[in-house]
Write a protein that binds this ligand. Structure first.
Ligand code: HEM
Length: 470
């Protein structure tokens, strides 16, 4: 009652005793997107905020940029719902509790700076070439789901650069490790939205608990083995003082975490590396696939991007250098517009540990509530993006049209100190892959259609693209 009174001015769907609005989340992953859309629609009518109760827990959802900014700058502790990731990711950066997160993020930040990430362009280019080659099997065969191909490519890139493992998933995608990873993700996704599976005492009674634990063990064993191997290498090379890249060898993320100001244990390293490979892969693959579909739907924009590629590379098929990637201004706008319309992390939830005033909706959130930043809803808000917010228009990211835009109106990588640490890396991967594909193929695409939420945002019918050779 206290929380309800404090947020009395906020609209919310009608509640049931004890369950609150939990029943709205019964149903499949498509229904969850519809529910989120309805909450967004409700919030648009009431100063960009609404509330809902999941059992005894009050969530305040915002769809306006100003309140999103206040939440993401001030509340760095993730919502309690992220605890389901803990058995898997431990205290890795993605779910680390605040006290650990602060010091660990400081150590990890330089590892993701542009200069280091640009060193990965060779690996990215090599994998993009394999992808282009693999895609040729689809020429003349009509529409197919391109995400599957792109995901295998980003997995190979992220594994090789994060831990120095050449997995060759593009050629052999069916490994026990990947199967285990997929099973864990499916169970986690279910738990996020099915309130009755959330209490440990109930979840542990289901067969999912055993299946989850067995598969998590399998993925842990894989990363543990990699960490052990790389530590041995590090110790061996330490005596030779060869831990930079002066020998021309790739400095992978894991190697850069040895011998730092915090002496990470092997378990902590496994948690960070697992967090990075899990947070970095599907997100980047999805952004790339949505962008390819949008290019396939908007041939004039596709031609513009292609002309830009010609101006950078001529007819050469060489891989992109850092200067090339920096010159892809048109592609960058297209990627941004794709991430705006199809924000693959559509919501971010934070714990409110002390009273927080939200200036736009004019409500003070009491401690103990949770705030949901509806990035997808902010991106589609007509208040933030104008009456054509639902239309694909990459030029809205031209510098002259970006003047005066609220800094938190665009949130694909979240915002504030706990934003995405791998955002530059993700952008470089997406640009390089699209550059390689568009120089080889012309694209047609089918409409994206209805979406579903499975931790991230997917089109129900996949990313359907048809390719012809240039
Ligand atoms: C273009 C693709 C990407 C998108 C759209 C994206 C999006 C995001 C978002 C929205 C968050 C905040 C999530 C939250 O607070 O709940 C996040 C966090 C994170 N991302 Fe990304 N990401 C991308 C690529 C990457 C890559 C390539 C990596 C690393 C290889 C990465 C690693 C991480 C990590 C470790 C965090 C947690 C940061 C922290 O809590 O300090 N991401 N990402």
């Amino acid at each position: 009652r206290r929380l309800d009174r404090a947020t009395a001015t906020l609209p919310g769907p009608p509640t049931l005793p004890l369950l609150g609005n939990a029943t709205l989340f019964i149903g499949n992953s498509e229904k969850i997107v519809k529910t989120l859309d309805e909450i967004a629609a409700l919030s648009y009518k009431h100063k960009g905020a609404a509330k809902l109760w999941l059992g005894p827990k009050l969530y305040v959802a915002v769809s306006n940029a100003e309140d999103s900014k206040v939440i993401l700058e001030n509340c760095l502790d993730k919502d309690v719902v992220y605890r389901f990731l803990r058995p898997w990711l431990g205290h890795g950066l993605f779910v680390a509790p605040l006290n650990l997160w602060k010091s660990h993020r400081k150590v990890l930040l330089p590892v993701f700076n542009n200069k280091i990430v640009e060193d990965y362009l060779e690996v990215i280019g090599e994998q993009a070439d394999i992808l282009v080659d693999r895609l040729s099997e689809q020429i003349g065969k009509g529409y197919f789901d391109i995400l599957r191909y792109v995901t295998a490519c980003t997995l190979d890139i992220v594994f090789e650069t994060a831990m120095g493992e050449r997995m060759d998933i593009q050629h052999s995608p069916d490994t026990p490790y990947l199967r285990a990873r997929h099973t864990v993700m499916t169970i986690l996704n279910m738990r996020f939205f099915k309130v009755w599976l959330q209490p440990d005492c109930l979840f542990n009674l289901t067969s999912y608990a055993k299946e989850q634990s067995e598969n998590i063990d399998l993925t842990h064993k894989f990363t543990d083995e990699v960490v052990r191997k790389r530590r041995l290498l590090y110790e061996r090379n330490k005596s030779k003082e060869k831990n930079d890249n002066s020998d021309g060898k790739l400095r992978v993320v894991l190697d850069m975490l040895f011998g730092r100001e915090i002496e990470f244990t092997d378990e902590q390293l496994r948690e960070h590396i697992d967090s990075i490979t899990i947070a970095g892969n599907d997100t980047t693959a999805l952004v790339t696939a949505y962008t390819l579909v949008l290019l396939g739907l908007h041939h004039n924009v596709q031609e513009e991007v292609y002309q830009e590629q010609l101006s950078i590379f001529g007819t050469s098929r060489q891989n992109a250098t850092k200067e090339d990637v920096q010159d892809m201004h048109c592609l960058e706008r297209v990627l941004k517009e794709s991430m705006r319309l199809y924000c693959v992390v559509p919501i971010v939830a934070r714990n409110i540990d002390r009273e927080l005033y939200l200036p736009h909706c004019g409500v003070t959130l009491p401690a103990g509530t949770s705030a949901v930043v509806g990035s997808f809803a902010v991106h589609r808000s007509k208040v933030e993006w104008g009456p054509n917010a639902d239309e694909f228009d990459p030029d809205r990211f031209l510098p002259e049209r970006s003047v005066g835009r609220h800094p938190a109106a665009f949130l694909p990588f979240s915002y504030g100190p706990r934003n995405c640490i791998g955002r530059n890396f993700g952008m470089i991967i997406a640009k390089s892959i699209i550059s390689s594909i568009i120089r080889s193929y012309k694209m047609d695409a089918q409409d994206i259609g209805p979406l579903k939420m499975e931790l991230l945002l997917f089109p129900i019918k996949g990313h359907q693209v048809r390719l012809t050779k240039r």
